[in-house]
Design a protein around this ligand. Structure first.
Ligand code: SF4
Ligand code: SF4
Length: 409
């Protein structure tokens, strides 16, 4: 038996009750127990004990997991599925050979591009060129699928280091700019900072911050994720901040788990805990009293980004904010908490399942008759917008910050 890669005690918390099955998107789609939370936990334990080999078949079931953590919300035994999954993937990346295409896709095309804004800018330019009708036939289908996810009008804007609220300040908050957000959704970052200013806070966006590490943590690169954590902690800890605010759900859940990520690092453990304790999602920070009801004919619905709803347990706050503005024009989305298939870079590494879940989300969205779908994560925005476009729908997808700044904009 090799060195344990998952915490045996954490895995034994699963009592195989099956209450998580109906919450698991991949189980809902395949009906295969190996694609369910308890099936995967069983596989992790079997691989750890050597009862099951690490091979194409077993890795396949772990790869197909979205990491959405809906199973954690459903689980009455408090199983820390995200922790088990991250450590399993970290182990599999060292033990399993994926072949050249998946290795290129994961280690180069995704990990060497997404966390680096300038490389991302270059990728957007190349994507636009490759999408031109005259050369599209030369472009491989996997690249065309990735291109279809790109926003038509990305807003490339960085934030100033300090944004003053302009009135008597109630204090200062930090803001995590992210790596995808300033390249594709710069306007959303600016809207978020304006909302924080309107709530009476100065906003600091310190230099030296970088990728939150979510991309690495979710793909079995825990050491790289730890490096990102140390960089961000160092960038923010010199400042005297009430909180550190983030507007991207996937990044927020990783930032809130730095304490756990660096739990075995004696030099950083406490600093990581202090950092994570101060992290707030934008929707936790804003108050509904800031947003009076607005007259409009547009109907609005809300899609729960998995990493806001499940690891962070934030579902009421964004709804309350949207409802404050929309009133009875708000329509609840069926299966709002089921993943849209984006799941970080999952829609690139697992396009088939991602498309099935995208279609499921689009069917649910269209059933609401809404004009606007509000959400809180850039990956969800890209995935849902691409699905709506494919379906020929005119429904718009808006980040909650953009919706709150200009509800009909
Ligand atoms: S993960 Fe939780 S809900 Fe799912 S089978 Fe195990 S104990 Fe039950
Ligand atoms: S993280 Fe999501 S996809 Fe993976 S087992 Fe849990 S519910 Fe299923």
């Amino acid at each position: 038996m090799s060195k344990p890669f998952i915490d045996e005690e954490k895995s034994l918390a699963c009592v195989h009750c099956g209450l998580c099955l109906s919450a698991c998107p991949t189980y809902l789609e395949t009906g295969n127990e190996n694609d369910s939370p308890r099936g995967r936990i069983y596989l992790m334990r079997a691989m750890q004990s050597g009862r099951t080999p690490i091979n194409e078949t077993t890795v396949r079931h772990i790869d197909l997991c979205l990491g959405c953590r809906a199973c954690e919300t459903a689980c009455p035994s408090g199983v820390e599925y995200g922790n088990l999954l991250e450590h399993t993937r970290d182990h599999l990346e060292r033990q399993h050979d994926r072949g050249w295409f998946q290795t290129f896709l994961r280690r180069i095309a995704i990990e060497q591009v997404f966390p680096f804004p300038n490389r991302m800018r270059l990728a957007l330019i190349l994507g636009r060129i490759a999408n031109a009708q005259i050369i599209r036939w030369l472009v491989p289908s996997f690249a065309l699928k990735a291109i279809a996810l790109l926003p038509e009008n990305p807003s490339d804007r960085t934030l100033p280091q300090t944004s003053k609220c302009g009135t008597q300040s109630r204090g200062s908050v930090g803001f995590v700019e992210g790596c995808i957000m300033p390249v594709m959704f710069g306007d959303t970052n600016h809207a978020s900072v304006r909302l924080l200013n309107q709530s009476g806070f100065d906003v600091e966006t310190p230099p030296g911050q970088g990728c939150c590490g979510a991309l690495y943590a979710h793909s079995g690169q825990l050491d790289k994720a730890r490096e990102c954590a140390r960089q961000n902690i160092a960038a923010f800890e010199k400042l005297n901040l009430e909180s550190i605010v983030i507007n991207a759900a996937g990044c927020g859940s990783t930032l809130k788990e730095y304490g756990e990520l660096l739990a075995d690092d004696a030099d950083w453990r406490e600093r990581a805990r202090q950092f994570s304790d101060r992290v707030k999602d934008l929707t936790e920070w804003l108050e509904t009293s800031q947003f009076p009801a607005r007259e409009s004919k547009l109907k609005v619905t809300y899609h729960d980004a998995c990493h806001l709803a499940h690891p962070q347990g934030i579902t009421m706050e964004p709804r309350a904010l949207v409802k404050a503005v929309a009133g009875n024009r708000f329509i609840e989305l069926p299966e709002a908490e089921i993943c849209c298939g984006s799941a970080g870079s999952y829609n690139l590494t697992e396009p088939e399942m991602a498309e099935r879940l995208q279609q499921r989300k689009i069917d649910n969205l269209l059933s609401t008759g809404a004009d606007i779908c509000v959400t809180t994560n850039p990956g969800c925005m890209l995935q849902i917008q691409a699905g709506l476009k494919k379906a020929g729908s005119k429904m718009r997808v808006q980040h909650i910050a953009d919706y709150l700044i200009a509800p009909d904009g």
